[in-house]
Design a protein around this ligand. Structure first.
Ligand code: ZN
Length: 148
């Protein structure tokens, strides 16, 4: 491993919205196409700046099922992070680093429209959903909203 690879592998993984509360936890389906929550929702008003959780390359910007989505590939860990709904300021092919702005939360699109950001983490397979909170460092102060 060269010095750059070491730097990338040890880089911090950040919350996409610093200090944001978790509105809904990760709850993977028991079957591949079953009901579940394939990511984590962070509380966010529309227009909240969304940051890259780690370094990588933007591999998708566009709509999936009516939701504006940004996807970043993280080759150092072999996983991809997804952010929705996000009005992007980045383009496919762009390299980003931990904490770089990707865009703002949108008012429309999916179960997070107007009140949260859905963050997903997938890989190495297309349908291998992982808990994004498992790699976000404690330093980024992920807080859980009280259960009501
Ligand atoms: Zn969600």
């Amino acid at each position: 491993m060269n010095l750059i690879a070491v730097a990338l592998a040890t880089a911090a993984w950040l919350a996409p919205i610093p200090g944001a509360l978790v509105e809904q936890d990760f709850s993977p389906p028991t079957k591949a196409w079953g009901a579940g929550h394939r990511g984590v929702d962070f509380e966010a008003d529309p227009g909240t700046e969304v940051l890259a959780i780690g370094s990588g390359e933007v591999i998708f910007v566009g709509e999936i099922a009516g939701k504006p989505v940004v996807v970043i590939d993280h080759p150092t860990i072999g996983l991809r992070s997804t952010y929705e709904p996000v009005t992007a300021i980045v383009e496919v092919g762009q390299e980003v680093r931990s904490g770089d702005p990707l865009g703002e939360t949108a008012e429309t699109g999916g179960h997070c429209a107007g009140h949260c950001l859905h963050l997903g983490l997938k890989g190495p397979g297309k349908n291998d959903y992982r808990n994004p909170l498992s790699i976000i460092t404690h330093g980024s102060a992920v807080l859980k909203a009280p259960k009501t």
